[in-house]
Design a protein around this ligand. Structure first.
Ligand code: HEC
Length: 177
């Protein structure tokens, strides 16, 4: 009896392994390729924005949170945070000529392009939250309200570079002369 026990165990284990093997090989109804699962995956250069939410998933950010009200204090905070986190690549003016870009990092697009001037403010918040192409996410370093503050400051930067002198208030225009 005691001699047969190990053999019985071995046989049992072999039977179990055989069963696993059969399960792994059983036919499945359908194998999805990424392109079949979502046609957008077929295009490797796909940069559609915003991405389509998948059913039964929860967005990383709670989009029901309204942005903080636009105040001088928010803009000042945004300027400070922008200069810490974004200038190394996007530069102080937002033209994409930051210090590490001059040393070989991919050149980001200028915030003064037609496309980005027409983008909704939320786009800047979303890019800081989720990253964009070669740019990584800042969600773990910049709190949501600070991302809104930065987005508001980028709007101010855009205005600063794209406003005709005729649109300025008289006292400001006077200082330009
Ligand atoms: C390490 C460099 C780097 C830093 C720091 C950086 N970015 Fe970027 N950013 C990039 C690059 C590179 C791109 C272009 C990426 C691409 O198109 O693949 C980009 C693109 C963008 C875009 C354009 C997206 C579009 O619609 O084309 C926005 C907006 C942006 N960044 C915002 C920010 C903000 C806000 C910060 C600071 C919180 C920041 N970035 C910090 C490198 C950086």
């Amino acid at each position: 009896m005691s001699r047969l026990l190990p053999i019985a165990l071995l046989l049992g284990a072999a039977a179990l392994l055989g069963a696993c093997d059969n399960m792994a090989k059983q036919p499945s109804d359908k194998t999805w390729t990424p392109a079949e699962a979502n046609p957008a995956n077929a295009d490797p250069g796909n940069r559609a924005w915003p991405p389509e939410p998948e059913p039964n998933t929860v967005a990383r950010e709670d989009r029901s949170q309204p942005p903080p009200p636009l105040t001088p204090a928010l803009l000042a905070r945004g300027k400070e945070r922008y200069e810490i986190y974004c200038t190394p690549c996007h530069g102080y003016l937002g033209d994409g000529d930051g210090m590490i870009v001059r040393r070989g990092f991919p050149h980001p697009p200028s915030f003064h392009s037609e496309v980005l001037r027409n983008a909704p403010t939320r786009h800047f918040y979303d890019v800081a939250t989720n990253g964009w192409g070669a740019m990584y996410s800042y969600a773990d370093r910049v709190a949501p309200d600070d991302r809104w503050a930065i987005a508001a400051y980028i709007r101010a930067l855009q205005t600063s570079q794209n406003t005709a002198a005729a649109e300025l208030p008289d006292d400001v225009r006077g200082k330009l002369r």
